[in-house]
Design a protein. Structure first.
Length: 135
């Protein structure tokens, strides 16, 4: 089970340690919320986690179905809402190139990616726009 230790440093900066690997991560409050914007904000990490989770699920799907691609990338843009302040909308673009898949495999993969664990954990009022591009 993942174990993460966190410590508030100063000036709205938090240091997190992934205990099993000793990997360190820092977050900083964004400029529009009293921070210095020196690093990812916690809500930036949520947006990155969503897209990263989708790519991971696509990788698992490809491994399990013996499908290949040459490149798989994502870009995510986060839009904040207020009252309450939260992530209100995410725009995610997934780009997959060098694949020779059937339409059926593409639909199955997209369905699997959209049901990634982070997607299923997000607040239902958060709007998520996902665009898959294939080259």
């Amino acid at each position: 089970m993942p174990h993460i230790k966190l410590k508030y440093k100063e000036n709205l900066n938090v240091e997190s340690c992934h205990v099993p690997t000793d990997t360190m991560l820092h977050t900083d409050a964004p400029l529009d919320n009293q921070g210095l914007g020196r690093s990812f904000s916690p809500t930036d990490l949520l947006a990155a986690a969503y897209a990263s989770c989708m790519l991971t699920i696509i990788g698992i799907f490809c491994r399990e179905h013996n499908l290949s691609f040459t490149d798989l990338t994502a870009e995510v843009k986060k839009h904040m809402s207020s009252n309450p302040r939260r992530v209100g909308e995410l725009d995610i673009v997934i780009v997959c190139s060098g694949m020779r898949w059937s339409e059926k495999d593409i639909l199955k993969m997209e369905r699997a990616a959209k049901k990634c664990p982070v997607a299923l954990s997000l607040h239902p009022d958060t709007k998520v726009n996902i665009d898959f591009k294939y080259f």
